[in-house]
Design a protein around this ligand. Structure first.
Ligand SMILES: [Zn+2]
Length: 73
């Protein structure tokens, strides 16, 4: 994956992402923990895998958009 150059992007034309629940438009980075069962884990042991996501600053809701884009698939 290449990183696009966003320095010339006009953000006023970009769609503002909003919280699905309260329509808040500010987010904070937070961590979701995925518990990997021993059957799925590469080392055969139950493992907890952290994934960075963004949660609504107001109500804490994490949009499904964000969880689906987490690196764990
Ligand atoms: Zn919210």
């Amino acid at each position: 994956m290449s990183t696009p150059d966003l320095s010339n992007v006009d953000l006023s034309k970009a769609k503002l992402m909003k919280c699905e629940k309260c329509e808040g438009s500010t987010f904070k980075q937070t961590i979701m923990l995925h518990k990997l069962s021993a059957l799925l884990s590469p080392n055969g042991q139950e493992t907890i895998v952290p994934a960075a996501v963004f949660g609504c600053e107001k109500c804490g809701h994490v949009n499904s958009d964000f969880t689906q884009k987490s690196s764990l698939t």
